[in-house]
Design a protein around this ligand. Structure first.
Ligand code: NAD
Length: 352
């Protein structure tokens, strides 16, 4: 198989993990690196033995040897670069979240449909062994019909501080709801078999991140003066199959836990710990047991690169389909909209 020649765009924090992954997948090869900061592009090219480096991604798209791009820029740039890349005939792997706004995510999915190129959003929680284990268990029917789920991620003081692109509205689009919420919403929808989300009632805000007196030690050294996004989000969602779910997520809060994620079904319940804990009735008793511990030891980025290559070379659909990533983005957008309006809102999913 000829290796898939990829250009990596955005040589910041996460790019190293991607470049390290490409180095381990012989079916792929990094042909160019691009960053608007020339020193970053050059350093990444040197470190990883990449033959060419650029500061303008449009130049990268003109390279005939480049078949695919891997977008590792701040969120707000995912869509313009992805759309231009797809239109230039390149396959696209884009870091999570798909985009910073729903309308931009819709443009990406539309461009992928029109060009027939692969568009794969790297929401790596999807293929984590722990998610796959729970998905298999749920698919066995052991929980019956799931009517309620709660999905949670807590960082007491984990506001990303490096480079500040995560905490500025212009580059990030949003805060924790986009950054970690994307994993939660994707996992929730995946485990529930992608029911149609109908309504969302949410609170989202930056409650601690902009406090000049906030304790940043023990966290990731963000600068409260630069903090413009949300550090907390919670939502109640209703689905077309009658089920409902709660999402709670924070980068910073005065607690060590927002609780444990769980699924409640008509035949059983599952706490989404690792190992997961299963609650059920058996022989006239209320019983509970632990499933085996899932090992998340595989490098998720190496898996991601393999999925991308297989999608390009063999036509195997990547684990996160563009329409699924769009649905996830629609829920995230509804959380922001509901919080802004202070009321429940319909979850709008654009027709693409
Ligand atoms: N999957 C994960 O575990 C994980 C972890 C961290 C970040 N991420 C995601 O990766 C993406 C990037 O995050 P990061 O932490 O690497 O951010 P970062 O700010 O460290 O890096 C982004 C890089 O993009 C460059 N850039 C900006 N505009 C550009 C342009 N027009 N063309 C080329 N380069 C440009 C910046 O100079 C910077 O070097 C985000 O989507 C983020 O959510 C994922």
């Amino acid at each position: 198989m000829t290796p898939v020649r990829v250009a990596l765009i955005g040589a910041g924090g996460i790019a190293g993990a991607h470049l390290n992954a490409y180095a381990q997948v012989p079916e792929a090869e990094v042909a160019a690196v691009c960053d608007i900061v020339p020193e970053k592009a050059e350093a990444a090219a040197k470190r990883w033995g990449v033959p060419k480096w650029f500061t303008d991604y449009r130049k990268v798209l003109q390279l005939p040897e480049v078949e695919a791009v891997d977008i590792c820029t701040p969120h707000a740039l995912h869509a313009p670069i992805a759309v231009d890349s797809l239109k230039a005939g390149k396959h696209v792997l884009v870091e999570k979240p798909m985009a910073s706004a729903l309308k931009d995510a819709a443009k990406m999915v539309k461009a992928a449909k029109e060009t027939g190129k692969v568009l794969f959003c790297g929401i790596k929680s999807r293929w984590a062994a722990s998610t796959q284990q729970v998905k298999q268990f749920v698919s066995s029917g052991a929980l019956g019909e799931i009517y309620f789920a709660e999905i949670v991620a807590t960082r007491r003081r984990g506001i990303p501080g490096w480079g500040s692109t995560f905490i500025r509205k212009e580059t990030a689009g949003g805060g924790v709801v986009l950054d970690l919420g994307v994993y939660l919403v994707d996992t929730l929808l995946y485990l529930l078999d992608f029911p149609k989300p109908l309504t969302c009632s949410a609170i989202v805000g930056g409650f601690i991140g902009n406090q000049s007196e906030a304790v940043v030690q023990g966290g990731w050294w963000w600068n409260p003066q630069e903090f413009e996004v949300d550090d907390f989000g919670a939502a109640f969602l209703r689905f077309d199959n009658g089920a409902a779910a709660v999402i709670k997520v924070c980068w910073a809060a005065h607690t060590d836990s927002l609780g444990t994620s769980f699924l409640l079904g008509t035949k059983g319940g599952l706490k989404l710990t690792n190992p997961p804990e299963w609650f059920f009735d058996h022989a006239g008793y209320m019983a509970q047991t632990k499933l085996p511990q899932a090992s998340d030891s595989q490098d998720g980025f190496v898996q991601e690169v393999r999925f991308f290559v297989e999608a390009i070379r063999n036509g195997t659909p990547p684990p996160v389909r563009p329409e699924e990533a769009l649905l996830v983005q629609a829920v995230l957008e509804a959380m922001y909209r509901s919080a802004q309006l202070g009321r429940e809102v319909p979850v709008k999913v654009p027709e693409v």
